[in-house]
Ligand binder design. Structure first.
Ligand SMILES: O=C(O)CCC(=O)C(=O)O
Ligand SMILES: [Mn+2]
Length: 201
């Protein structure tokens, strides 16, 4: 079976964005992948400072890359860990589907419904002006919400990202839209999300 042939790509009609979604890619047994990622990743809890106030991020993170890159966002600076065989294998599949190359990956671990990610754009200068960012999810389905940066009248776009999904954002997406993963009130199991990126030197 050719893994790459089984996945269907949907291009989403979102104004001023270039977003594609594969609702399910055969990355392997997703429960095993989720458990392996949770168990084998040296997760870090980070403090971020926004407008002078310091918070503990409501999720755990880890940063991996081909080179010993340092990645900075908000007030955090992370040194890349070396890519693992599992991450290299997932990257090969993601690169083939997305027709892009990536040199690093940020892992986010949402332990339960109390974990989330606030609205932000992946628009750090080191990602370049029109970055391609590929996001793979395992575990609980969480809503990925896109909010237009400039037009309040434009409705938010809500995408439920289920286990084994692949989302690709590129072109003007980060310039025009923010995105986030809201906390939820209902009981929710663990989710690990991987965002593959390319850091320009
Ligand atoms: O968990 C997600 O789906 C989003 C992750 C994300 O936006 C990020 O890592 O920048
Ligand atoms: Mn992001």
């Amino acid at each position: 079976m050719d893994l790459f042939q089984t996945s269907e790509k949907e291009c989403l009609a979102v104004h001023g964005a270039d977003i594609a979604l594969w609702r399910h890619v055969d990355f392997g047994n997703e429960t095993e992948l989720l458990n392996q990622l949770i168990a084998d990743t040296p997760w870090k809890s980070e403090q971020i400072t926004v407008w002078g106030k310091t918070y503990t991020q409501p999720r755990l993170i880890a940063w991996y890359g081909d080179n010993s890159q340092t990645y900075s966002y908000s007030s955090i600076s992370l040194n890349a860990l070396p890519m693992t065989p599992l991450l290299l294998r997932l990257r090969d599949q993601v690169e083939a589907l997305c027709e892009s190359t990536f040199d690093s990956v940020l892992l986010n671990y949402y332990r339960n419904q109390h974990d989330g990610m606030g609205f932000h754009a992946d628009d750090e200068p080191e990602l370049g002006p029109r970055p391609a960012i590929a996001s793979v999810s395992f575990g609980a389905t969480r809503q990925f919400v896109l909010k237009h940066k400039n037009h309040r009248e434009v409705k938010n776009v809500k995408l439920p990202l289920s286990s084994g999904s692949l989302l690709l954002m590129k072109g003007e997406t980060q310039n025009n839209w923010k995105h986030g993963v809201p906390k939820v009130s209902k009981l929710c199991g663990p989710r690990v999300n991987l965002t593959f990126r390319k850091i320009l030197s």
